[in-house]
Design a protein around this ligand. Structure first.
Ligand code: ADP
Ligand code: MG
Length: 382
């Protein structure tokens, strides 16, 4: 167990017991892709795989961060944390303390020992898991009494402004606010959230996460280009954000967009937002067949209109569906990363095997397979 591993390493390294162990999960998005920066809707859920942090206060003003997934402990001076400095991976942790200080909270020295189970850099948000685990630990140890949504905001600020990664807020909101047996509906405009029932074991299904092991490369420029095309479409339609266009107004809106490419981008965003709302409604009546249909429609839209899928993701989705999955789609920003399939419990092994076989036949590296069920968000573990 990672709880005990992190705690054991802590007591060995510091000659004293940790004051507690906290954890926060990775996440995967069921549906609602590229909608976040258009003020739209997303529907992530928390993975069982989490990041643990054994933590204790120190009175020498030092922030000492160690990870079982990294070589060396990293030392910061808690009184002079500043963005853009050195510290590598440990800046995800230090950034959370910095963001708390920026918000006016008093945080002193800390020893943190981290143990993460979320695969790093696969698009399952090991970064948010790390930030959120640190967030709940520091909040508790220094008795800050912060709300979960505020902790999520500070974790996002750490990633955006301290680490310097321009990501949306979904990952941290999911890691902080998700609850077991639910997906989290999140409105990126209002930041309102709703717990939507998705008790996979009770429904007899699993969400099979398929990691293509092809790295999701935002630096290809594809992501920036998509954002610009969405902004162009919104500007030409005359709305603040594509969120402001609904299905009824879609045809008329698209006629105002000057390029064929931007029209397809806008069509994806508007239809995807509608699919998220439809998925929420379908989940509320346990209509998994409809959820599966919406997942496939989302994939087709991302593949053909938004053009962010990859050959590996298409093979994963096609093979999963051919092997009897209820639904499947790419998840995350695209250009590689993970796909997700909604699969009956009894068919998880068969679908996994079929995907692996299809990857081998196509000459791809073996995919990672992670059968998931919506799990608990950030919490104290010990
Ligand atoms: P993702 O969030 O999809 O896993 P990111 O690139 O956003 O990918 O974040 C991964 C980075 O987060 C890693 O490269 C590392 O710097 C940091 N990280 C996450 N978890 C840990 C951990 N357990 N130990 C050390 N660093 C971690
Ligand atoms: Mg990340």
């Amino acid at each position: 167990m990672s709880v005990t591993k992190a705690a054991a390493r802590f007591s060995k390294a510091h000659n004293t017991e940790a004051e507690g162990v906290w954890a926060a999960p990775g996440r995967v998005n069921l549906i609602g892709e590229h909608t976040d920066y258009n003020d739209g809707f997303v529907l992530p859920f928390a993975l069982e795989q989490s990041t643990w942090v054994a933590a204790g206060r120190r009175d020498d003003g030092v922030l000492l961060v160690e990870s079982l997934q990294a070589e060396e402990p990293v030392r910061f001076d808690v009184g002079s944390l500043a963005p853009g400095g050195s510290g590598g991976w440990a800046r995800y942790a230090a950034g959370v303390v910095w963001a708390m200080q920026q918000a006016g909270h008093e945080v002193g020295g800390l020893s943190l020992v981290i143990d993460g189970q979320v695969p790093l850099g696969s698009g399952l948000s090991s970064s948010a898991a790390l930030e959120c685990a640190v967030g709940v630990a520091v909040d508790s140890l220094y008795a800050l009494g912060l709300e979960r949504a505020e902790l999520a905001r500070l974790a996002q600020k750490a990633e955006n402004d301290f680490v310097g990664a321009p990501t949306g807020g979904m990952d941290q909101m999911a890691s902080m606010l998700c609850t077991q047996g639910h997906a989290l509906f999140l409105d990126n405009r209002t930041r309102e959230v709703e717990q939507v029932p998705l008790d996979a074991p009770a429904l007899g299904v699993r969400l099979l996460v398929i990691d293509t092991k092809v790295s999701h490369a935002h630096e290809t420029g594809g992501y920036r280009e998509r954002r610009e095309q969405c902004e162009q479409a919104a500007r030409e339609i005359g709305v603040p954000m594509l969120r402001d266009v609904d299905l009824d107004g879609l045809q008329a809106a698209l006629e105002k967009v000057s390029t064929e490419v931007a029209r397809r981008r806008a069509k994806h965003i508007v239809t995807e937002n509608a699919r998220v709302l439809d998925t929420v409604a379908a989940l509320r009546r346990d209509d998994l067949a409809e959820v599966g249909r919406l997942m496939v429609a989302s994939h087709v839209s991302l593949r053909d209109d938004f053009e962010v899928s990859s050959p590996e993701l298409d093979v994963a989705v096609d093979a999963a569906m051919a092997a009897g999955a209820v639904g499947a789609r790419m998840t995350g920003g695209g250009f590689g990363g993970c796909a997700i399939a909604l699969v009956r419990d009894t068919e998880v092994d068969a679908v996994g095997a079929a995907v692996t076989k299809a990857f081998t036949a196509a000459g791809y590296a073996e995919p990672g397979l992670l059968p998931a069920a919506p799990s608990q968000g950030a919490r104290r573990e010990a």
